[in-house]
Write a protein that binds this ligand. Structure first.
Ligand code: ATP
Ligand code: MG
Length: 551
C-alpha cells in the first residue's frame, strides 16, 4: 500500500469521491472502499488507461481501501499472455501496487453456476436464432423487439442445452444463452442480452477447459461482486449498460452489490486512443512496435522519455468528469517538461554542425571550461568541457545572410560562446559544391566566461562542442502520430520520424539507456532503451524546450 499512499495526494477530489463520501456516511458498504482496474489483455495499455489507473488506485489510496488489478479476460480470441505481462509492468511502472492480481477467467466455474441459477429461476434461456435473425428480432431505438421462438423453452430443456453447450456438443454460433428480461425495453441492452456464447478457442489462462465464454455485461458485475468491489468505475459508454449490471446482481440476489459509476474517457489530440487501432498500426508495420516512441501507449511514452510522475501529474490536471472532451496533447508535453526541468543535466549538442576555426587561438592549447549542469538548479553543480581552436556550432546558429533581428553568428558579428569566450566571424570558407566548409573566427581572450568582462555586450549566446573530442550521436525526433490534412481529416502523419546526426560534448558517450538530458537550447532527450549502446549513441527527443500550450 505504500505507493498508493504516497500518491494519494496527487489526485484532486472529484464527483466520484463525493459519491464515496456519501456512501461512507450512510455506511452503504461499511467503511470499505474497494476499486479495481480491469483491463482486457488484448493490447498494451495507453495513456487513456493511465487515467483509469490513477483514478482507481488513488481513490483506494485516499480512502485507505483496496484496488485490484483484474484481467477481464473473457475473450480468448483476442487475448495473449504478452499483453498480460505488459499490463502488469506498466501499472507497476506508473507507481501503483495492487492489492491482488486476479483473472476473470478464474471465476468461469462460478459464473457458470450463476448462469444455471438464472436458468432455474426462469431468467435465462438457450436461443438458437442466428446472429442475423437475432439482430432482426432485437428491434430498433423506435420499435420494440420480438420474442425469440426459444424464449419459452422449459427450464429443464434450457439446463440440458446449456450443459451441452458447455460440453462442446455444439458448434460456434449454433446457440447462445440469453437473459430473459424485456424485448420491448426502451434500453436495447435489456432486450434479452446474450450471456454466453460458444467459442471453441484456447484461452491463455484456462486452456481448453471451456468452449463457452461469458459476455462482458454478464461477467463484469459478477467479477466485481466476487471481489467485494464497492465502486466499479468505468467509462461513460457503459452508462446504458448499468441497468443490466444491476439486473445480473439483483437476480443473483447478491447482498450489497457493487455500484457502477461512469466517468468521461480521455481523448487526446494528435493521437489514437484505442487498442484495436493501435494494434492495427503495429500489425501493419506503420510503427516499430507497441513501444514505438510515437505511440500513446505507456510502453511508448516510457521509451520516449516520459516519467511516471509526469503521467500522473497529467492525469491529475485533466481531472475526472462526466462530460466527454478533447485534451490538447500539448498539456501532456507541458507535464513532462515541468517534471524534467529541475531533474536532468544539460549537455552541449549541436545539430547540423558547422565547423568554426578560431584563427588567433593557440594551435595546441586545450582549455577546460566550467559549465553549469542545470541553470535552474545550482545545487546540481558544474562540469568541465574541453575548448580548443576547432569547434562545432549548431547549424541554426549561423546565417551567412542574416535575416532581420538575427543576433547569432553571421559574418562580421560577435557572439558569446556559452561558458567560454566572445568570438567574431570574419570569413566563410566554402567547399567546391558551395556548401560551408568552415567559419574563420577570432576570439577575444579578455572575454572569458567568469572573468567579469563588461567592456562590451553581445546580443547572441550560442553553444558549441570542441571538434576533436566531439562524439557523433543519432537523434530520433518525432512528430505527432496523427495530423489533420487540408480537408480537416485525421490522418496518420507520414512524416513522424526524423533521424539526424549530431555532435555532443565528450561525456555524452557515457550516457546510459534511459538516461535523460536537456540538450542545451534544443529540448529534452533520452538514451534509447534498446538502440543506445556503449558504442552507438542513440537518443529519442522527448519534447521541445518551448511549449505551445497555453494555460
Ligand atoms: P480500448 O478501446 O482502447 O481497447 P477498452 O476500454 O476496451 O479500451 P479495457 O481494457 O476494457 O480497454 O479498459 C480497461 C479500463 O480502462 C476500463 O475501465 C476502461 O473504461 C478504461 N479506459 C479505457 N480507455 C480509456 C480512456 N481513453 N480514458 C479513460 N479510461 C479508459
Ligand atoms: Mg474493452
Amino acid at each position: 500500500m505504500s505507493e498508493i499512499e504516497k500518491n494519494e495526494t496527487q489526485i484532486s477530489s472529484n464527483f466520484i469521491h463525493n459519491i464515496i463520501d456519501k456512501d461512507l456516511e450512510t455506511g452503504k458498504y461499511g467503511d470499505k472502499v474497494y476499486t479495481r482496474f480491469p483491463p482486457e489483455p488484448n493490447g498494451y495499455l495507453h495513456i487513456g488507461h493511465a487515467k483509469s489507473i490513477c483514478l482507481n488506485f488513488s481513490t483506494a489510496g485516499k480512502y485507505n481501501g483496496k484496488c485490484n488489478l483484474r484481467y477481464d479476460d473473457t475473450n480468448p480470441g483476442k487475448e495473449d499472455i504478452e499483453y498480460v505481462d505488459s499490463i502488469e509492468a506498466d501499472v507497476k511502472w506508473l507507481g501503483f501496487n495492487w492489492t491482488e492480481r486476479l483473472f476473470a477467467s478464474d471465476y468461469f466455474e462460478k459464473m457458470y453456476q450463476c448462469a444455471m441459477e438464472l436458468i432455474k429461476k426462469g431468467k435465462a434461456y438457450v436461443c438458437e436464432l442466428t446472429a442475423g435473425e437475432m439482430k432482426e428480432y432485437r428491434g430498433t431505438l423506435t420499435e420494440p423487439g420480438k420474442d425469440s421462438p426459444s424464449r419459452n423453452r422449459s427450464i429443464d430443456e434450457n439446463l440440458k442445452l446449456f450443459d451441452e453447450m458447455r460440453n462442446g456438443l455444439h458448434a460456434d454460433g449454433e446457440m447462445v444463452l440469453r437473459a430473459k428480461i424485456d424485448m420491448s425495453s426502451p434500453n436495447i441492452n435489456l432486450r434479452d442480452p446474450i450471456l454466453y456464447r460458444i467459442a471453441h478457442q484456447t484461452h491463455h489462462n484456462t486452456g481448453d477447459d471451456w468452449c463457452i465464454y461469458p459476455m462482458y455485461d454478464y461477467a463484469h458485475p459478477i467479477e466485481d461482486a466476487i471481489e467485494g468491489i464497492t465502486h466499479s468505475i468505468c467509462t461513460l459508454e457503459f452508462a446504458d449498460h448499468r441497468p443490466l449490471y444491476d439486473w445480473v446482481l439483483s437476480e443473483l440476489e447478491w447482498p450489497t452489490p457493487p455500484q457502477q459509476i461512469e466517468f468521461a474517457r480521455l481523448n487526446l489530440t494528435n493521437t489514437i486512443m484505442s487498442k484495436r487501432h493501435l494494434k492495427g498500426l503495429v500489425d501493419n508495420n506503420q510503427v516499430e512496435g507497441w513501444d514505438d516512441p510515437r505511440m500513446p501507449t505507456i510502453a511508448g511514452l516510457r521509451r520516449r522519455g516520459y516519467t511516471p510522475e509526469s503521467i500522473r501529474d497529467f492525469c491529475d490536471r485533466i481531472g475526472v468528469s462526466k462530460a466527454n472532451s478533447m485534451v490538447d496533447i500539448a498539456l501532456l508535453e507541458h507535464c513532462i517538461r515541468e517534471d524534467l526541468k529541475a531533474k536532468v543535466e544539460s549537455r552541449n549538442v549541436v545539430e547540423n554542425p558547422v565547423k568554426v576555426i578560431i584563427t588567433n587561438y593557440p594551435e595546441d592549447k586545450l582549455e577546460e571550461m566550467e559549465i553549469e549542469n542545470n541553470k535552474e538548479v545550482p545545487e546540481m553543480g558544474t562540469r568541465m568541457i574541453p575548448f580548443s581552436k576547432e569547434l562545432y556550432v549548431d547549424g541554426e546558429d549561423f546565417q551567412e545572410f542574416p535575416q532581420k533581428k538575427y543576433f547569432r553568428l553571421f559574418p562580421g558579428n560577435e557572439v558569446r560562446l556559452k561558458g567560454a569566450y566572445f568570438i567574431k566571424c570574419n570569413e566563410v570558407i566554402k567547399n567546391e559544391d558551395g556548401s560551408i566548409k568552415e567559419l574563420l573566427c577570432t576570439y577575444d581572450p579578455e572575454t572569458k566566461s567568469g572573468s567579469g568582462f563588461e567592456a562590451r555586450k553581445v546580443k547572441g549566446t550560442i553553444h558549441w562542442v570542441e571538434a576533436k573530442s566531439a562524439v557523433e550521436i543519432t537523434i530520433k525526433a518525432y512528430g505527432y502520430l496523427m495530423i489533420e490534412n487540408e480537408d480537416g481529416e485525421n490522418i496518420i502523419n507520414p512524416d513522424s520520424l526524423k533521424i539526424l546526426k549530431a555532435y555532443g560534448e565528450p561525456s555524452i558517450k557515457d550516457a546510459a539507456s534511459g538516461e535523460k538530458f536537456q540538450f542545451f537550447r534544443h529540448g529534452y532527450y533520452i538514451g534509447d532503451e534498446i538502440l543506445n549502446t556503449k558504442d552507438e549513441k542513440v537518443f529519442n527527443k522527448i519534447v521541445d524546450l518551448k511549449s505551445s500550450w497555453k494555460k
